[in-house]
Structure formats: structure tokens, C-alpha cells
Design a protein around this ligand. Structure first.
Ligand SMILES: Nc1ncnc2c1ncn2[C@@H]1O[C@H](COP(=O)(O)OP(=O)(O)O)[C@@H](O)[C@H]1O
Ligand SMILES: [Mg+2]
Length: 386
């Protein structure tokens, strides 16, 4: 049997990557032309995949531009960030390990990084600083890519994933100012900063009183259209000697509201239970399987929200729009108008719900299906009610 053509859970940049032609072209042109770019979207819509794809295209055609992608998801302090940043910049600056080892002397004035090679010197090395010294001279690290770029006549593109994580560092506000002050002077380094926590990202980049205001272009990444998903799904089935007709294929993105991860996941399960040709029956089986696979996650998520928030979520699930009307507040037990407004903000800021065409909806389409079954005993079906 052939492997599934559908992939979820990891970044897709080659085989299972589809569409995003307009976004790829725009991002590539920005990054090659020195325009810093911020990308914002809810998680699992495809930011990391898009950046990886564009960077790999750039790597193929432009050898003088060194590219770096750093994921800040698990970085928890300024010092840790600076070490990782220095390490990645030095590593990307050369393919010769001898040059990695001399970079400490060559590119630093006050700081003295401890550099050591590993068992296989050609593949990687380790780097560390004295943290007291590092605190005093952090600019030297922040300016490192510009320093190296100028000395070597190269350029850098530096991409930082889950950028909003920086705001959990101690003394973040000071650090944020330092970052901006250094980076805005860089002429040979272009930054691509992206993240999933929309509320935090918008606060960092769109607040006129914050240092990163107007740092660069802001791209609000949208979902991939149904038509494009259908083509992708049908081709992927055909490639692996299975069939799915257009009307059936369309159900997958529609049920999953074009959410990239879930479209791939539902397509994968459908593909998996299909012998020759997929029909509604296979999709429904696949949907149940998908929900059941994700159930522990959804249970945890529900446990972490307060009961009045949960009630508000029920009102959203039922398609209510007037949350502060007396009837709605009473039926769903929403508390006072102040409670409603506070809970709404909390649910928005934690990306549980968002406003689409003047109406609130769940950010996570499969969570919504689970939620409706759990709390209203609505059966799974393939018609999307919204
Ligand atoms: N362009 C794309 N084509 C096909 N599938 C995609 C695409 N972008 C994202 N996906 C799917 O969505 C999942 C999440 O994508 P990812 O890039 O990790 O999102 P984000 O970084 O926004 O959280 C991927 O594992 C993949 O299944
Ligand atoms: Mg990501």
C-alpha cells in the first residue's frame, strides 16, 4: 500500500504543501528586498509551513543570502534567546567549521563566547556566554548578523517563529526596546517574525506606543480556499490510486472550515478508510475517528475554562449573537453584562472564538463539532450548519 499523501502535525513545505502562491510570492519578494515582515494567523493555519517553503525556495536560488529559522516556542529567557540567536547566526554564516571556531574572536568585541565542536565537527558546535557579561553586552549579539554580513559581504534573512513568546521573558519591555533599536538599523538583515497568539502579536506590532509598531509589513495569513483544497485532495487521491469525486472532496474543507491542519487530518483519515472511491460514508467514519483522536485535548481545553465562559461558549455554539440581551443571558446563565463582556474578551484573547462577518465562531472547527455533541448531543453530520 502507498503512504498517505496527507500530512499534518509537522511542517509541510514540499510534498504536501499546496497553494499559497500569492502569499509565497509576496513573502519571498519582501524578504529578498529587505522588507521586514510579520505574519499573524491562528495556530495551524500554515505560517510555519509557508515560511519554510519560501526559505527553501530562497536557498535554492540565492546563495549569498543566509537564512535562519528559529522557533521560540520553548525558549524561556533573554539569555537563552541570545545564545540561540548567536549560535544560529554563526552557524548559518559559514559552512566551514573552522570559521565557526574563529568567529568568537572575529566578530565580538567585549563578549567572549565559549565555542566547542562536537563529535562530528562538520555538523554542529556548541556556544555559550558568561551570562553576566551577556546581559551587559547583549547588543553585540543582537547586532551580530549585521556585523558578520558586513564583514563577509553576505545577507541574512532571520525568521523567528512564535515570536510572541518573547513577551513572557522577565524584563521583556526593556528587551523589546533593545531588540527594536538594534534591528531597525540593520541594512543587510531582514526579519520575518511570526506567531499564533493573535492578541499578543497584534499588541506587539500594531500598538502605536510599542517599539515594534511599524517594524514592517504585516501579513494576516488567511485560510486556503475550498476550490484549492478540492484540487489538492483529488490529485492526492489519484496519485495513490484512489478516487474521490469533486462533490465528495468538497465536503472535507467545508466541514473543517478550511482549517489547514484539520483538512489534512480529515483527508488523511478518509483516504485511510477508502478502498477505491471515497463517499460520504467514508468521510463520516473519518470524522468520527478524527474527533475521537482529539477528544482528550478538547476535554482538557474545556476543563481549563471557567463555567461562565463555558456558558458563553454554549451561546456561541448555538449561533446566538445578542449575548447581553436579557433572554440570552438568562437562558445560558451568562451572569451580568459585565461578565459577558469580560468573558468574551478572555475567549477572544485566548483564541477560542473569533469574529467572522460580525458573528462569533469557534476558532477550532473540530472542537466546535465535539462541543456541540458533548453539550447539546448534536450528532456528527457532514452538513456544516453555519
Ligand atoms: N500550504 C499548505 N498546504 C497543505 N497543507 C498545509 C499548508 N499549510 C499548512 N498545512 C497543514 O496545516 C498544518 C499546520 O501548519 P503549520 O504550518 O504548522 O501552521 P502554523 O505554523 O500556522 O501553526 C500542517 O501540518 C499541514 O497539515
Ligand atoms: Mg507554526
Amino acid at each position: 500500500m502507498k503512504d498517505s499523501p496527507f500530512v499534518y502535525g509537522t511542517i509541510v513545505s514540499t510534498n504536501s504543501f499546496t497553494n499559497r502562491e500569492v502569499e509565497s510570492a509576496k513573502l519571498e519578494s519582501n524578504l529578498l528586498n529587505g522588507i521586514n515582515t510579520t505574519i499573524i494567523s491562528p495556530r495551524r493555519w500554515g505560517k510555519s509551513s509557508l515560511v519554510e517553503k519560501v526559505i527553501s525556495d530562497i536557498n535554492k536560488k540565492d546563495k549569498k543570502t543566509k537564512t535562519i529559522i528559529i522557533d521560540l516556542f520553548s525558549v524561556s529567557s533573554e539569555e537563552e534567546f541570545l545564545e540561540l540567536f548567536a549560535h544560529q547566526v554563526i552557524k548559518a554564516s559559514s559552512s566551514k567549521w573552522q570559521e565557526w571556531m574563529t568567529s568568537g574572536k572575529e566578530f565580538f568585541k567585549n563578549l567572549m563566547p565559549k565555542l566547542s565542536i562536537g563529535i562530528d565537527p562538520t555538523s554542529d558546535f556548541s556556544l555559550s556566554f558568561d551570562w553576566q557579561e551577556l546581559k551587559k553586552n547583549s547588543e553585540e549579539v543582537l547586532n551580530l548578523p549585521e556585523t558578520i554580513a558586513n564583514k563577509k559581504g553576505i545577507k541574512f534573512i532571520i525568521c523567528l517563529d512564535e515570536f510572541q513568546n518573547l513577551s513572557s521573558f522577565k524584563d521583556y519591555l526593556v528587551f523589546e526596546k533593545k531588540l527594536r533599536a538594534s534591528w531597525q538599523r540593520h541594512k543587510s538583515v531582514t526579519y520575518c517574525l511570526f506567531g499564533s497568539k493573535r492578541h499578543m502579536m497584534t499588541e506587539i506590532f500594531n500598538n502605536p506606543s510599542k517599539p515594534f509598531y511599524r517594524f514592517g509589513d504585516i501579513m494576516l495569513l488567511q485560510k486556503i480556499e475550498t476550490k484549492k483544497w478540492v484540487t489538492f485532495i483529488r490529485k492526492s487521491f489519484e496519485k495513490t490510486d484512489k478516487q474521490i469525486d469533486e462533490n465528495t472532496a468538497e465536503i472535507i474543507p467545508i466541514v473543517m472550515k478550511n482549517h489547514s491542519w484539520y483538512v489534512q487530518q480529515l483527508a488523511h483519515y478518509t483516504w485511510n478508510v477508502t478502498h477505491n472511491r471515497a463517499t460520504d460514508t467514508e468521510i463520516l467514519i473519518a470524522l468520527k475517528e478524527l474527533i475521537s483522536a482529539n477528544t482528550p485535548l478538547y476535554q482538557k481545553e474545556t476543563e481549563s475554562i471557567s463555567s461562565t465562559q463555558l456558558n458563553l461558549l454554549k451561546a456561541v455554539a448555538k449561533g446566538e449573537t445578542q449575548f447581553t440581551s436579557t433572554a440570552v443571558m438568562r437562558i445560558y446563565n451568562l451572569g451580568t453584562p459585565r461578565n459577558v463582556s469580560k468573558n468574551k474578551t478572555l475567549l477572544i484573547n485566548s483564541d477560542v472564538i473569533h469574529e467572522v462577518n460580525n458573528q462569533f465562531e469557534f476558532v477550532d472547527p473540530a472542537f466546535e463539532i465535539w462541543f456541540k455533541k458533548q453539550f447539546f448531543n448534536l450528532p456528527y453530520n457532514l452538513e456544516n450548519t453555519n
